[in-house]
Design a protein around this ligand. Structure first.
Ligand SMILES: CC(C)(COP(=O)(O)OP(=O)(O)OC[C@H]1O[C@@H](n2cnc3c(N)ncnc32)[C@H](O)[C@@H]1OP(=O)(O)O)[C@@H](O)C(=O)NCCC(=O)NCCS
Length: 158
């Protein structure tokens, strides 16, 4: 697995459009809906890049500084932990560059940021089990040191 041609770092404001496109591509893939759009995404990306309320965006760039991977995260405190933890909200790698270690690099970069910020836990929610690549996604996270703690349930309020 060769990763030398990629570098990671916090997304820069000039990369906001590329980040928004990556998040849209991720949602389209997960939902199986090639026309899915996310109202308000541009503003949300700008705030995350600015680090608002503990959020952040890490990107992986290729040798020509094109954004080829995106990791969005938030930071919150749970009473049960009594300390801040991070949640990986989005993780996406350009399809043509998958299985070359880009996502692993992004998770390593997040670990380094967590260490610098005194954050000692990272959580992530997997796609639904019906998602065709679910077994590979699960294998990827387990290889990256995550353990399964149980399904997530959500409710949308209108
Ligand atoms: C999951 C994903 C971020 C991994 O990125 P990556 O850069 O290919 O990951 P790495 O190269 O570091 O690790 C490779 C492993 O990722 C997983 N992976 C690779 N392609 C994948 C795909 N299309 N779908 C799901 N998992 C994949 C596999 O476990 C792979 O190991 P393998 O090559 O031995 O099968 C990337 O495939 C992706 O963007 N998938 C679609 C979106 C998604 O599922 N995101 C996670 C939501 S929680």
């Amino acid at each position: 697995m060769s990763t030398v041609e990629f570098e990671t770092g916090p997304a820069e404001p000039a990369e906001a459009q590329a980040v928004a496109e990556a998040v849209t591509a991720l949602l389209r893939e997960l939902r199986g809906d090639p026309s899915h759009t996310i109202p308000g995404l541009g503003a949300a990306v700008d705030e995350a890049i600015a680090g608002k309320d503990g959020s952040g965006v890490l990107v992986a760039r290729d040798g020509e500084r094109r954004v080829v991977g995106v990791l969005g995260y938030t930071t919150q405190t749970a009473l049960r932990l009594a300390t801040p933890y991070r949640h990986v909200q989005e993780l996406w790698v350009a399809p043509e560059l998958r299985s070359r270690g880009v996502a692993a690099l992004l998770l390593e970069a997040l670990d380094a940021r967590c260490a610098a910020d005194g954050v000692r836990r990272v959580e992530v929610c997997l796609p639904a089990e019906q998602f065709p690549s679910y077994p590979r996604t699960l294998a990827f996270y387990e290889r990256s040191g995550f353990r399964v703690i149980g399904p997530r349930v959500i409710k949308d309020l209108s």
